[in-house]
Design a protein around this ligand. Structure first.
Ligand code: DQA
Length: 154
């Protein structure tokens, strides 16, 4: 069965109460519930993880990549700062899709740069919780394309 790890970085545990004008009112648990339902329909196994620590996020990426699982990642602020995270994606060979709730390109200049985008298959941002759903569909499609005999139900 195709496996995807949904990894969330710092402060995303605060979704629902964190700057709702930017990030909306859905909690991380709401997002994970929605993704779980979609994954079930696609026949994909999901693993959910969130951490506020850069090194821990690096470890989560390595674990997923080395296991051959896909990575759906909202690295939050580490997107813009973490060479270590970028190296974890490329070093572990993880097939990753980067997602963001907000349209980072419509915000402060420091959010316009993603250090991980060049080592991700693609980037989806600006659609609120729906960014995750779009990212899951995209990643499932890519994984089905590279795995012989796996049916993509899209
Ligand atoms: C974010 C955008 C980042 O710039 C920010 O640091 C976050 C959330 C998003 O999902 O919109 O924490 O990744």
């Amino acid at each position: 069965m195709t496996s995807i790890h949904v990894l969330n970085g710092p402060n995303l545990n605060l979704l629902g109460r964190r700057e709702p004008g930017i990030y909306g009112t859905a909690t991380l648990a709401d997002i994970e519930r929605d993704l779980g339902a979609r994954a079930e329909a696609l026949g994909i196994a999901l693993t959910f993880r969130q951490t506020n620590l850069e090194g821990e996020l690096v470890g989560f990426v390595q674990e997923a990549g080395l296991a051959g699982a896909g990575v759906l990642i909202n690295a939050a602020a580490y997107t813009h700062t973490s060479v270590a995270l970028r190296d974890a994606i490329s070093g572990s060979g993880a097939l990753a899709v980067e997602v963001h709730l907000s349209n980072v390109h419509a915000r402060e200049a420091f959010r316009h740069v993603s250090l991980i985008a060049p080592v991700c298959a693609g980037v989806i941002c600006g659609f609120g919780p729906h960014s995750y759903r779009l990212g899951l569909d995209a990643l499932a499609h890519l994984m089905a394309a590279r795995t012989p005999n796996s049916a993509s139900k899209d």
